[in-house]
Ligand binder design. Structure first.
Ligand code: FES
Ligand SMILES: [Fe+2]
Length: 350
């Protein structure tokens, strides 16, 4: 007590942050939790405007196991629907890109307009009659930002521009709209998407995992700056050369490496429990790709894939339950894990 009677407590040292529990990274129930808590409500990059140029062009993919189709209507506007027929859940189109004047379900041929209304329940019978108005496609949300097409499975999602916030501002000055697709590669990793995201969000592992990259980058000065649902990496080179690039990550599963004349879009696409597909898409001004850039990023990806698969195996083995995060190197991981926790806490009890 002080003379004035106010209790004084000694300032407490900040404590070291614990990791998420290991059981959050494996098994069917955890996969379902991430699908509901995160991917059913967050914006995801699904493509590029060049995939959807003409009226009737579509792009079909999935967001963590939920099939979705984006289509450009006759009026030029994009619409998004769950790629599931109201009859018996057939697909409207197969995954990939193409062109249609209407959606004809691949199973029994119900026909939908590009705005989602049911035009014709092919040869269904009319006694009793079907209420066609109640059989429109399930809607989702789509928007375009700087040439990238984003979708949200939630038709009531907050606007993309509002949601991107500081991440969008961090891309200022880079000519994203002037770039065209040049090259794509993908890699399947036997690891939960969160293991890969966390690995992406720290440079602590560089000296051990990426020998070649470590000769270029001064890992001791590698920093990850944390924003609201996004991060920016700062990777000084050993030679002291100014790195003209900007490396950004946005919750939950997209990263953008921006340069004055190119960019690399990286997505961590969850494909099932303990499985993630890493998709790289390179863009340049003239569509030609730089073999050396592709070689280096492929090497880095293979090195990350190997370590992430090993971490996944250990998380599932049961010995390790929880660990600790470095206050010097792992603020990005801590921010990501906080977002995962918050997303799960927000879920209404099932
Ligand atoms: S499931 Fe689509 S027409 Fe039957
Ligand atoms: Fe890495």
């Amino acid at each position: 007590m002080t003379e004035t009677g106010v209790a004084v407590t000694a300032p407490r040292a900040p404590s070291i942050t614990s990791t998420l529990p290991s059981e959050w990274y494996h098994g069917e129930s955890q996969w379902e939790l991430d699908r509901r808590a995160v991917f059913s409500r967050e914006w995801a990059v699904v493509g590029h405007v060049s995939d959807l140029r003409a009226a009737g062009s579509y792009l079909a993919t999935d967001i963590a196991g939920s099939p979705v189709v984006i289509v450009r209507g006759a009026d030029g506007a994009l619409s998004a629907f769950h790629n599931v027929c109201r009859h018996r859940a057939g697909p409207l189109v197969w995954d990939g890109t193409g062109h249609v004047s209407s959606f004809v379900c691949r199973y029994h041929g119900w026909v939908y307009e590009l705005d989602g209304r049911l035009r014709s329940p092919r040869d269904f019978g009319d006694d009793p009659p079907l209420d066609r108005g109640a059989c429109g496609l399930f809607g989702a949300t789509v928007d375009v930002w700087r040439g990238l097409v984003w979708a949200n499975l939630d038709p009531a999602a907050p606007a993309l521009s509002e949601s991107l916030g500081g991440f969008a501002e961090a891309t200022a000055g880079f000519p994203m709209e002037e770039l065209v697709p040049a090259h794509e590669l993908s890699h399947e990793i036997v690891a939960d998407w969160k293991v890969y995201a966390e690995n992406y969000l720290e440079g602590y592992h560089i000296p051990l995992v990426h020998r070649e990259l470590n000769r270029e980058i001064d890992a001791a000065r590698y920093e990850v700056h944390v924003g609201d649902r996004w991060c920016r990496h700062e990777a000084p080179t050993r030679s002291g050369a100014v790195n003209a690039g900007r490396w950004l990550w946005r919750w939950p599963n997209v990263a953008l490496n921006l340069y004055p004349d190119s960019m690399n879009l990286e997505r961590f696409l969850p494909t099932g429990p303990g499985r993630v597909r890493i998709s790289y898409r390179y863009f340049t001004r003239d569509g030609s790709s730089d073999d050396e850039v592709v070689r280096i990023s492929s090497t880095v990806l293979e090195e990350d894939a190997r370590i992430c698969a090993a971490v996944q195996r250990n998380l599932a083995a049961g010995t390790y339950r929880s660990g600790v995060l470095s206050p010097r190197h792992e603020d990005g991981v801590a921010a990501f894990q906080h977002l995962v926790r918050t997303a799960r806490e927000r879920l209404a009890p099932a």
